[in-house]
Design a protein around this ligand. Sequence first.
Ligand SMILES: Cc1cc2nc3c(=O)[nH]c(=O)nc-3n(C[C@H](O)[C@H](O)[C@H](O)COP(=O)(O)OP(=O)(O)OC[C@H]3O[C@@H](n4cnc5c(N)ncnc54)[C@H](O)[C@@H]3O)c2cc1C
Length: 374
Amino acid sequence: MTVAGTVVVGGGPAGLACAAALRANGRSSTVLERADNLASSWRRHYERLHLHTTKAHSALPGAPMPRNFPRYPSRLQVIDYLEAYARANDIRIQFGKSVIRISRSRSRDWIVETNDGDAIEAETVVIATGLSNVPIRPVWKGQESFKGKLLHSYEFSNAGALSANRVLVVGFGNSAGEIALECVEAGLEVCMSVRGPVNIVPLELLGVPTATIAIAQRHFPYSLVDAVNAPLLHLRYRDMERLGLQKSANGPLTNIAEKNRTPLIDIGTMAQIRAGAIRIYPRIDWSNARHVHFADGRSADFDTIILATGFRPSLETLLPDFAERFQGADRPKRGALQPGNDGLYFCGFNTTSTGLLRQIGIEAISIARSIAQR
Ligand SMILES: Cc1cc2nc3c(=O)[nH]c(=O)nc-3n(C[C@H](O)[C@H](O)[C@H](O)COP(=O)(O)OP(=O)(O)OC[C@H]3O[C@@H](n4cnc5c(N)ncnc54)[C@H](O)[C@@H]3O)c2cc1C
């Protein structure tokens, strides 16, 4: 067993930000990453992905994104930025180290065990394994008999690679919206299956990025901000119901704060729905071979179904005391960075309208200060 001051689990933006912030506070850390390179989630994402938050509000602490990056950097630029960030902060990551268990030692330190049989004893541990750890795959009757290609959004790279004509995108989050848009632009026949009520916000309002507006409004109560923004959003998306979408009874900020549910940031998907290039269906009821039956009785044939149905943090696999620690929730309480006040920290688990990268930076600084003061 080796001994370390702080172990950071995960070499994504949150792990890097925490390691850099610890270093800025004079503390070293051991960063463990299960993949073979840093920012592995960004390497896996679909090719056309660009940030929905501006570069000014997506940088990690102490290192603005380069001037030559566009307002909304591409996935590859994010990877370049994170690699440069790790180099500049001298962050040395141990790759191929998948943490399988984090538990208390007899001396009230933490034991971090990895899949290769190693263990590290540490005074403090930062879990930075991300909200998008394990894909959520809904199951419906007859799914196993589907004769086309069935994949999750994390397995989608680009529309060309699908070799399909008729595509069904399941879900209405940001991956769903962007993948549907890409498939339309590639000339495919695209439908979306949307199971429940949704929130939609534009990428920009009068030229101002929505996330930037959310940052300006962040000190006001979320229900008040939702009420103030509602007429503008209504003006923009008042035809939602006519297009087959159910409008959520709650505003977008309320759904983020109370249900961790983020709105669709509309980068052009709604225009394609209005133009009839993307057809909306409700929840899938059952399927048989290529034929998919929806909850409203309609049905259609598809070559490919893409499950853009999100991810879950999967913290239960790491923490033996998960159930009592989070009391039925899948993550720490909103805002709690060290819920047990016991040296176990969590970075990157607070969904927010102001952008998760920005939030990660704020949390990393706060976690590093807390560790330095212990
Ligand atoms: C498609 C998509 C687009 C997004 N766009 C934006 C945006 O525009 N703006 C914004 O602010 N945010 C955005 N986000 C949200 C968020 O900023 C990113 O998900 C970001 O990568 C989160 O960083 P993270 O370090 O918390 O998690 P991740 O990037 O997922 O990194 C976690 C790391 O932990 C590793 N890991 C997991 N489990 C273990 C284990 N047991 N042992 C060791 N290592 C482990 C993983 O391999 C991974 O490298 C987006 C998210 C997604 C999914």
